[in-house]
Design a binder for this molecule. Structure first.
Ligand SMILES: NC(=O)c1ccc[n+]([C@@H]2O[C@H](COP(=O)([O-])OP(=O)(O)OC[C@H]3O[C@@H](n4cnc5c(N)ncnc54)[C@H](OP(=O)(O)O)[C@@H]3O)[C@@H](O)[C@H]2O)c1
Length: 315
């Protein structure tokens, strides 16, 4: 994975509201890099997405592609499209039942494996030491890969301790570049840290304009664990895409509600993984690196917080 310092990124950093573990690094992708963070709205293949540096030194793109519900042929097509547009972080999970499709999309894209950052997650049924190791190999086989960049404990239930031990071993063997968790609260993290020999690199949690998670963001910063947002667009729930406050802000910058939300995540230093089945939306979601929300915009968006999950059915 090639990396290079970007002076533009450093300039932007001064403006970022929170940037504790932010890096000025960028993953350089595909062809040229001259139009990094250009002033046009087009984010073409060959441009780059900034990275954050995880607590083990691994670089992770700050914007990636989610694949929940993108199964079978749809999944293959969407993953290949996303990669062709410039996405390099692809997020899947055993329980999405689409690891084969994600692998198919990666293969179809023709990209070099080292240019990608692939995340999968172990599901609750497979927690435990032996079963954890087996589940990892099954995920790899389905994806058609020989290592994962990030492997997460999907939910804090069951034999997390056994699963973590298996993941630590796989990490130490170099078969996973970073290991982490998802949907963990502080008390879950504290429990895991009481026996872990490897600190989680990432916690992927629900985060969007209606569930801002500022307390969790600050807490994760203290733990030295990267905050990653799932459902960064709230799946469109609660009228996200027609929300007047987001639209008013977007009007100032000629941006959509989705772009305003994704820019807001970015300026908070949070990795976001929006999903889309439409190439136009995928492209739109990448076009967030050439405008800046001001402090007032950031506060106005934060004030949309309902401070409660918008996915009670998953609790
Ligand atoms: N760890 C966990 O427990 C967990 C839980 C949930 C999700 N996740 C991960 O997080 C990823 C993202 O979350 P999500 O898939 O739940 O929801 P999301 O990314 O917040 O929203 C996806 C929805 O937004 C629409 N959309 C995307 N871009 C748009 C745009 N520019 N304009 C208008 N509509 C747009 C998509 O429709 P179109 O297809 O029509 O564009 C889709 O219906 C998942 O795919 C998954 O990888 C993890």
């Amino acid at each position: 994975m090639k990396r290079k310092k970007q002076p533009e990124a450093i300039k932007r950093r001064e403006f970022l509201q929170t940037s504790a573990r932010y890096t000025a690094g960028a993953i350089l992708m595909g062809l040229g890099t001259s139009e990094l963070f250009g002033t046009t709205n087009s984010h073409r293949s060959g441009t780059s997405i900034e990275t954050v540096t995880l607590n083990n030194g691994l670089e992770m793109p700050i914007l990636g592609f989610g694949t929940l519900y993108l199964t079978e042929e749809l999944g293959v097509r969407c993953v290949a499209d996303a990669i062709s547009l410039g996405y390099r972080l692809i997020d899947t999970a055993k329980v999405y039942n689409n690891e084969e499709s994600v692998g198919g999309g990666i293969k179809q894209s023709g990209i070099n494996r080292e240019e990608l950052f692939v995340t999968s997650k172990i599901w609750v049924d497979d927690y435990g030491y032996e079963s954890g190791k087996k589940a990892f190999q099954t995920s790899l086989d389905k994806l058609g890969l020989d290592y994962l960049d990030l492997y997460l404990i999907h939910r804090p239930r069951g034999d997390v301790k056994g699963a973590w031990k298996a993941m630590e071993e796989l990490y130490k063997e170099g078969r996973i570049k970073a290991i982490g968790v998802s949907n963990f609260e502080d008390h879950h993290l504290d429990e895991l840290l009481s026996y872990a020999t490897v600190k989680p690199a990432v916690n992927q949690i629900e985060t969007h304009a209606f569930f801002v998670q500022e307390k969790a963001r600050k807490s994760l910063e203290k733990y030295g664990i990267q905050h990653e947002a799932w459902s960064p667009l709230a799946q469109g729930r609660n009228g996200h895409f027609t929300n007047k406050t987001l639209a008013e802000i977007g009007k100032k910058y000629n941006r959509t509600n989705a772009q305003v939300s994704l820019r807001w995540h970015y300026q908070r230093g949070i990795v976001a993984i929006p999903r889309s089945s439409q190439k136009a939306h995928m492209q739109e979601n990448l076009n967030i690196f050439d405008f800046e929300l001001d402090e007032n915009d950031m506060k106005t968006i934060a004030a949309l917080d309902l401070n409660i999950t918008q996915f009670p059915e998953w609790e």
